[in-house]
Design a protein around this ligand. Sequence first.
Ligand code: GLA
Length: 385
Amino acid sequence: MNAKELKKTHEAVETSPARLFRAPGRVNLVGEHTDYSGGFCMPAAINFETIIAASLRSDRTLKLHSIDFNDTVEVDLDALPMDRQGQWSGYCIGTVWSLRDAGVEVPAAALTITGDVPQGAGLSSSASLEVATATALLALAGKTMSGGEIARVCQRAENDYVGAPVGIMDQFVSANGKAGSALILDTRALTFDLAPIPSHLRLVIANSMVKHSLADGGAYASRRREVEEGTAALHAYRYDIGLLRDATLEDLEACKAKMSPEAFKRCRHVITDSQRVLDGMELLKAGDIVAFGQMLNKAHRSYRDDFEASCAECDILAEIGQAQPGCYGSRLTGGGFGGCVVSVVEADAIDGFVTAIKANYLAQTGITAEVYVCSTADGAGEIKA
Ligand code: GLA
């Protein structure tokens, strides 16, 4: 459903005129699981997004209607339920809770929601729902927040309401993305540079169709604990290592005996991947796409072997991608354990690339991959129908 139809659908039920808001999903080019260690990552907002039609209400109710789930949820703003973790509405109610905690008086409102960010594919459908909700409710409340503040509010919703111990990358890029570029995000300073993506390249995202979840207390959280274990050992070795961001590979080697082999490998991935973001920015600035792509392939191996966050299907997709003409590099993107592989591909090689990746993946796994040829997008904001 497009924005115009969404507005019409909303107004048919709510009677008062709706304003429209959007927030994009993202793809991360490199720098995976670096964002809760103060490290660097390189996400780009993409042209898959959540759209919300919103209007004020005169009672004390927040009414949420999801077109895609065909579900309506009404909550009393004076008695917010704290038990909606497992449901789509939990991302919205958590955002309300977090906005309030940040001092925003959230008004009674009706939100009609739709979107095309594939769910459970590692393209940040949840962050885009949170950021779209925050953007809509802030506007209805007549308040403004910086993109960084919106990201923090939404990360808090996800950490402390939904219960997923994620970093800030997804919410940050959904709020602050810039069309034509990836962000070089410093997750400690919460500042960013732009790395322009040359216009002859396309970001092709291949969905392994293996679903991942960040909120089930499983693999994402256990990787994070291992990184924290390694960071604690590094801190004991050198007190000024507060975050893994402060440690070098030499520090890590010096502490190898003080941590589990798993923690050592996880930290090695985080330190090298954060460095790859900075190296990648230089390569993009120099226009050396070949070296940039090779670096992405190396990042996939680090994510697979050191962080052990890949899966057989995503390894197959990355291998197929890497072997195709016109493709510079392919790697698993996002939180891991399923989801999508991103490839950087010459625009004029796209058709062959998409055909080859689908056919080879089907032949090797029996699974039909969805493949999205993406463009980069701006961060969240109000839109016209
Ligand atoms: C998920 C999390 C992010 C980040 C990535 C891995 O997308 O939401 O905070 O940790 O995984 O880079």
